[in-house]
Design a protein around this ligand. Structure first.
Ligand SMILES: Nc1ncnc2c1ncn2[C@@H]1O[C@H](COP(=O)(O)OP(=O)(O)OP(=O)(O)O)[C@@H](O)[C@H]1O
Ligand SMILES: [Mg+2]
Length: 366
C-alpha cells in the first residue's frame, strides 16, 4: 500500500459529506483519509484512540464514521461507535481485519451500515462509503419526516382538545342555561296542570319528559367532548366518571385503582392520561368482548403511571403493527407528546394491556 502524507486539518469543502476516521494505525488512517479526500469527501479528523474519536465526533458531528474495531484507549471501536451514535447522529462503517462471529454480533448491536475488511481495495471502499452515505441521507430524511408527522399529530391533538374545550363550554354554558330555564318554565306549568284540559295535561307530561331528556343529552354531549370534572375535580374523578359510564353502557365490571396524590397534576399530563384512558375504553367496548376492566392510576415522581387491562379476546399482533390503527397511534402519540412512553400488548393469560408512563412538563415543542 502506498502511503501519501496529507494534512486533513481544515480540509473543508462545503456541502461534501463529512467523514471521521478512527484507526489506530497511523499509516492506514492517513492513507484512508487521503483517498477519501481525493474522492471529494470532507475528512473532519483522524483519531487513533477512543477518547479522541469521541472528542472529534462531538466537535465536528460527522455524517459517517469509519471505525476500526481494535483501537487504543479506554473503549474498543464497537463501544466507541455506540457512544458516538448516542451523542451525534452519525452512521457507522467498521473497517476491520477481524470478522469473527462474536465481534460481528457485538458490532451488529450498533446497526452499522457496512463493513470493510482490511486490506481493502479502492473500489470496495468507495462503494461501501457511497452506499453508507446514501443510506445515512435517507435515514436522516426519514427521521425528519417522522418528526414532522409527530409534531403534526401533536398539533392536531392540541387543536382538537382546544376545540373540544371550547365547544363543550359553550354547550354546557349556553345550551345548558337555556335548557335549565326551560325546565323551570315547564315545572311552573306542571304545577298548574289541574287548570288544563286532560289533552293538554298529557301533552305537558310529554314536554316535561322531553325537556329532561334534552338536559341529560346536553350534559352527556358536553361531558363526552371534555368532561368538566377533569378541569374541576381532577384526573381521578374524571376517570372514575368514565369508568362508571363505561360500566353502565357495556355491563362490564370496571374498577379504578388509585395511588398517590393525583390532584395536582399539570393540565397537559392529566388530559393525555384521560384521553388515553378514553381511547382504551372505547376500544375495549368495541373490540374486546370483555367482562372485566381494571384501571390503575398512580402518581409517580415527575408524572403519572396509567394501566388499563381487560379480560377480553386480546389484541392481535397485526392490529398493533397496522399503520392504519389510528386509535392506537393516537394513544402512543398522546404519551410521546408529554415526553412519555406507552405500550399496548396482549397478555399471556388473555386480554389486552395498555400502559403509559407520562411526564409532567415533558414532551415536544410545538
Ligand atoms: N382492547 C382490545 N382488545 C382487542 N382488540 C383490540 C383492543 N384494542 C384495539 N384492538 C384492535 O386494534 C385495532 C386498532 O385499534 P384502533 O383504536 O387503532 O382502531 P379502531 O378502534 O378499529 O378504530 P378507531 O379507533 O379509529 O375508531 C382494532 O380494530 C382492534 O382490532
Ligand atoms: Mg379505537
Amino acid at each position: 500500500m502506498s502511503v501519501r502524507r496529507h494534512s486533513f486539518r481544515g480540509a473543508t469543502r462545503s456541502g461534501a459529506p463529512r467523514i471521521l476516521i478512527v484507526e489506530d494505525e497511523e499509516i492506514i488512517a492517513e492513507d484512508l483519509g487521503y483517498r477519501l479526500r481525493d474522492w471529494g469527501y470532507e475528512v473532519v479528523g483522524l483519531a487513533h484512540s477512543s477518547d479522541r474519536a469521541l472528542e472529534l465526533a462531538r466537535e465536528h458531528r460527522p455524517d459517517l464514521v469509519l471505525m476500526d474495531i481494535v483501537i487504543q484507549g479506554t473503549m474498543d471501536g464497537i463501544e466507541t461507535g455506540r457512544r458516538i451514535q448516542m451523542e451525534v447522529d452519525a452512521s457507522l462503517v467498521y473497517v476491520t481485519a477481524f470478522a469473527d462471529r462474536d465481534t460481528l454480533s457485538r458490532a451488529r448491536i450498533t446497526s452499522p451500515i457496512g463493513y470493510v475488511l482490511k486490506p481493502f481495495q479502492d473500489r470496495e471502499l468507495r462503494a461501501v462509503v457511497e452506499l453508507a452515505l446514501t443510506r445515512h441521507k435517507a435515514r436522516i430524511r426519514d427521521d425528519q419526516t417522522r418528526q414532522t408527522l409527530r409534531l403534526l399529530a401533536k398539533r392536531l391533538q392540541d387543536v382538537r382538545e382546544e376545540e373540544s374545550v371550547r365547544v363543550s363550554r359553550r354547550i354546557h354554558d349556553e345550551l345548558g342555561q337555556l335548557v335549565t330555564v326551560l325546565k323551570f318554565d315547564v315545572a311552573w306549568l306542571d304545577h298548574q296542570k289541574e287548570r288544563l284540559d286532560p289533552d293538554l295535561q298529557e301533552r305537558l307530561t310529554q314536554v316535561v319528559e322531553r325537556v329532561d331528556a334534552a338536559a341529560a343529552s346536553v350534559r352527556q354531549i358536553a361531558g363526552e367532548l371534555r368532561p368538566g370534572v377533569l378541569d374541576d375535580l381532577g384526573l381521578l374523578a374524571a376517570v372514575e366518571w368514565m369508568a362508571r359510564d363505561f360500566g353502565q353502557r357495556t355491563g362490564a365490571r370496571c374498577i379504578v385503582h388509585e395511588r398517590g396524590d393525583l390532584m395536582r397534576l399539570d393540565g397537559r399530563t392529566a388530559t393525555a392520561a384521560f384521553r388515553i384512558c378514553q381511547e382504551a375504553l372505547s376500544n375495549i367496548a368495541k373490540h374486546a368482548q370483555a367482562t372485566s376492566v381494571e384501571i390503575h392510576l398512580e402518581r409517580r415522581p415527575g408524572g403519572v403511571y396509567l394501566e388499563i387491562t381487560d379480560n377480553g379476546c386480546g389484541i392481535k399482533r397485526e392490529a398493533l403493527r397496522n399503520p392504519a390503527s389510528m386509535g392506537l397511534i393516537a394513544i402512543r402519540e398522546r404519551a410521546r407528546a408529554v415526553g412519555g412512553r406507552c405500550s399496548i400488548a396482549p397478555m399471556s393469560g388473555g386480554g389486552t394491556r395498555v400502559r403509559a408512563r407520562l411526564f409532567e412538563g415533558g414532551g415536544m415543542e410545538a
